[in-house]
Ligand binder design. Structure first.
Ligand code: PGA
Length: 248
């Protein structure tokens, strides 16, 4: 079994404008990046085209969301077909901001995963518990239930990266400790082993997201079941390069 490659996603969220994104893309494109790390940047959908043409081809491009249908009367939505038409190959689905700010259900996220994969996009599928759930001791129950719905809709696990993002760690500056991240990643891998297959459990990359910075990425990256990161705030800063090179 080949070792799992390291994967680092930058989630730019609803940030940037043409000018600032050009600056960010120029510096990323010129940076010295660990060739063993797969890097994907998730741009606001209106900039997907611009970002695909501006970023070096070593770096993949993702949308931050998409709908579950190819086209039609769905005002304000974008389809995987449109994302591909802009040259992007990835989409983030089930991000906690989609779940908790926009009220997306597990069921809808599952349908999106199925349609995105069927359309030929690769998917970063996100799961994670809220603070109250962690304090109530239901972290496992929550992430297993979210993963179950995703798994029911995955047809090709080689096109899926699973992101564990505890909601209490996102954008808060409160990173999960390396032990906390490893514990959940290990349990998610065991869940995949029990419910999908050994092969999928061994090969799927499980990445961590939630206040990852240049200062904490190396220790997190040294954990056996942490196969990379989904980075929000720090992905807009020069330190993103250090995070990409966390295992260098
Ligand atoms: P953060 O965001 O790194 O700013 O905490 C991570 C994410 O939401 O993917």
């Amino acid at each position: 079994m080949a070792p799992r490659g390291f994967f680092v996603g930058g989630n730019w969220k609803m940030n940037g404008d043409k000018e600032s994104l050009q600056r960010l893309m120029s510096s990323l494109s010129a940076a010295s990046l660990d060739e063993r790390t797969e890097v994907v940047c998730a741009a606001p959908s209106v900039y997907l085209d611009l970002v695909r043409s501006g970023l070096d081809l070593r770096i993949g491009v993702a949308a931050q969301n998409c709908y579950k249908e190819a086209k039609g009367a769905f005002t304000g939505e974008i389809s995987p077909a449109m994302i591909k038409d802009c040259g992007a190959d990835w989409v983030i689905l089930g991000h906690s901001e989609r779940r908790h700010v926009f009220g997306e259900s597990d069921e809808l996220i599952g349908q999106k995963v199925a349609h995105a994969l069927a359309s030929g996009l690769a998917v970063v599928a996100c799961v994670g518990e809220q603070l109250q759930q962690r304090e109530d001791g239901t972290t496992e129950e929550v992430v297993y239930a979210q993963t179950q719905v995703i798994a029911e809709n995955v047809t090709d696990w080689s096109k899926v990266v699973l992101a564990y993002e505890p909601v209490w760690a996102i954008g808060t500056g409160k990173t999960a400790s390396p032990e906390q991240a490893q514990e959940v990643h290990e349990k998610l891998r065991a869940w995949l082993r029990a419910n999908v297959s050994d092969d999928v459990a061994d090969s799927v990359r499980i990445i961590y997201g939630g206040s990852v910075t240049a200062a904490n990425c190396r220790e997190l990256a040294s954990q056996g079941d942490v196969d990379g990161f989904l980075v929000g705030g720090a992905s807009l800063k020069p330190e993103f390069v250090d995070i990409i090179n966390a295992r260098a």
